[in-house]
Structure formats: C-alpha cells, structure tokens
Design a protein around this ligand. Structure first.
Ligand SMILES: Nc1ncnc2c1ncn2[C@@H]1O[C@H](COP(=O)(O)OP(=O)(O)OP(=O)(O)O)[C@@H](O)[C@H]1O
Length: 338
C-alpha cells in the first residue's frame, strides 16, 4: 500500500547540504496495518513520515501509495492525493478561533464537500470520536485528549486511506494516551484505515502497532513484527529501547548479598505453558527462588519475564545442568549473577 524506496532527505545548512536526516530508507507498509516508526529524538522519524504525504519532498527515492508514485506529483494531482492521507500531530494543530464542529467542517470544505454533506458528516464523525456533545466548544475549552480527538475527527473526515500520526500521545498523560491509542486502534479496525505512527516510546508501539521500524540516525536499523522485535531485539539500539519497557530492576542491596546463580528468563508461547522451573527443582535438586516477574501482552500474545535465583546446598555443578535445561526449554536465558 505504501512503498518507500531508497528515501533520502538532506536539509541545507546555509549554502551547504547537511548530513542526511533520512538516509536510504526502504519500507513497505500493507493495507490495513498499524505500522510504527520508533527512534530517539532527531532520528528522522518526522521527516520520514512527512515524505508520505509530501509535506517533505525526498531529496532522493520514490514514495508510492497504492502504486502511484506520489513523489512525482505536483499541483492539483498532489492536492487530490493528499486528501487520501489524513494526519494528526503531537500538539493537535487546531484552529483556536473556530469551534470543534468548524474545525472538522473546514477539512470537508477544503475537499469540496457540499454544505448539506458537511452538515450531515460533522455530527457523525464527532460521535465516532466520542465528542458528540462538544460540537460548539472551542479548543481552549477542551482537555488535551479531547483536542486530539478533534484532530483525529478532522483527519478522518474525508475518509482517507491512510492516517499519519506524528507522536499523537506525547503531550498527553498516561491514561489519556491509552484512550487515544485505543481510539486509533478502533478506527483502524472499523474503517480499515492504514495507520503509520511515529513515537519515541516502545510502550506506544507495543500497545497498537502490528509492525515496527526502528530508526537511528536517519536509518532503519531493524524492522519487523512488534512481538518478534520485543522478544528478540537484534540491534543494540533496539535492545536499549525494549529494555526501557521490559526491564526488571532489582535493588542493588539484593544483588550484593546474593548467593547462587541469578537468571533472567524469557518465556514465549509454548515455553510459557511448561512447568520448567518446577521441573528443574525436581530433576536437579536446585532451589528456585523467584525474585521478580511480569507478563507483557503484545496484541494477544504473551511474553513472560522472570528473574529467578538458583541455589544448591552442596553440588554447584547441578546448577549448571539446571541452567542448561532452562536454556533448552525457554526462549532466552541471561545469567545476571553467579
Ligand atoms: N526543516 C528542517 N531544516 C533543517 N534540519 C531539519 C529540519 N527538519 C528536521 N531537521 C533535522 O533533521 C533531523 C531529523 O529530524 P526529525 O524531526 O525528522 O527527527 P525525529 O526523529 O522526528 O525527532 P523528534 O522526535 O525530536 O521530532 C534532525 O537532525 C533535525 O534537526
């Protein structure tokens, strides 16, 4: 549906061309997907996202949407293409002197809709985003979450095929943020709109995206199914990002006094359903003390993490055998201590 082929974006610094903000990025995003682009500040996420609706023209490379090379379009053809792509922003970008209804009507009018169509469509779309009772309110009278709902209403009013989301929840508190992500997910499921979302937080990606591209310094360093990226991050930068949401910290005092072998164990799919730890206790005579644990749900799939201390009263070799057994029967084992 969206194909980015060898996209480069360079910004001029004075008369010179600066380093590349986007450096040779190729991605393919399928119809109906929720696709995330994650990376630190300055990684090039916004610049890349904006090439999809040509708010940013690529210096090199081709952007195709539904097979049409939009990077070649200008004038009227470009304006028509842009109507198929809605966009929402971190700071909402609403018109403050107009009511909620007028903000939404504005984008319908810009698309050439008739007054009758606009009068019918505005309440319909406000109801869809949960703002049926706010049509006559001004943006200043709304909470951040409500403002973003207006942004979403405006962006989907013209029934776009694609919705671009530029850090849509970064200015919102945690609860409001998850309600907005939930709304985006519903819009994706009910209306079939393909969503491309950028964020610097893996937690946001985890909650709604199907696939993700990880960007660092203008490049995509890793790309794939969100669950796989969490379960098995390959690139060092991805590991750091994932560890922020999956980290299990133990108090330093506890680490100092530990006797035995401390393991961090990752359980995925079938391994989560096997009684691996009780097995090692009976097979190898080790004691297993669970110090920390959690299960993350990514989509409908579970990813379990446990920190466990293995000890044996008199035969430490049995611990090594136990660790090997756990390694063979779970997704990943890291020895944290001992
Ligand atoms: N209009 C511009 N002119 C010059 N440099 C720019 C422009 N827009 C972005 N840049 C530079 O391009 C690089 C990538 O910026 P971009 O905003 O795409 O990153 P980002 O990953 O979205 O970061 P953030 O989350 O902080 O917005 C940065 O070094 C930035 O300073």
């Amino acid at each position: 549906m969206i194909e980015l082929q060898k996209i480069c974006v360079a910004f001029h610094q004075g008369k010179q061309q600066g380093s590349l903000a986007v450096d040779d990025v190729s991605l393919a995003i399928s119809q109906g997907e929720v696709y995330g682009i994650v990376g630190a500040s300055g990684a090039g996420k916004s610049t890349l996202l904006r090439t999809i609706n040509l708010l940013q023209r690529p210096t090199a490379g081709t952007v195709k949407v539904n097979g049409v090379a939009v990077s070649g379009l200008t004038g009227r053809a470009l304006r028509q293409q842009r109507q198929k792509i809605g966009m929402i922003f971190q700071h909402f970008n609403l018109m403050h002197t107009r009511t909620v209804a007028a903000n939404v009507a504005f984008s319908l009018r810009a698309a050439g809709k008739s007054t009758a169509d606009i009068a019918r469509r505005v309440p319909e779309i406000l109801a869809l985003v949960g703002l049926a009772d706010k049509a006559d309110a001004y943006p200043a009278q709304l909470s951040g979450g409500q403002k973003q709902r207006v942004g979403i209403a405006r962006a989907i009013a013209n029934q776009p095929e694609v919705l671009l989301c530029d850090e849509p929840t970064s200015a919102l508190d945690l609860d409001t943020s998850s309600a907005i992500l939930q709304l985006l997910k519903e819009i994706n499921a009910r209306l079939g709109i393909t969503i491309v979302l950028i964020s610097h937080e893996m937690a946001v990606i985890k909650s709604i995206c199907d696939r993700v591209a990880v960007m660092s310094r203008g490049r995509v360093v890793e790309e794939g199914d969100v669950f796989d990226i969490f379960a098995n991050p390959r690139h060092e930068f991805t590991r750091q990002l994932v560890s922020h949401t999956l980290n299990l910290e133990l108090p330093a005092r506890l680490m100092q006094d530990l006797q035995g072998t401390l393991l961090k164990i990752l359980f995925i799919g079938p391994s989560a359903e096997q009684p691996v730890l009780s097995d090692v206790a009976t097979r190898f005579g080790v004691s297993v003390n669970i110090l920390h644990g959690k299960i993350e749900y990514i989509g409908s799939r579970a990813l379990g993490l446990l920190v466990a201390l293995l000890t044996h009263p008199d035969t430490p070799e049995r611990i090594t055998e136990a660790v090997n057994y756990i390694r063979d029967n779970t997704a990943r084992v890291e020895v944290l201590h001992g």
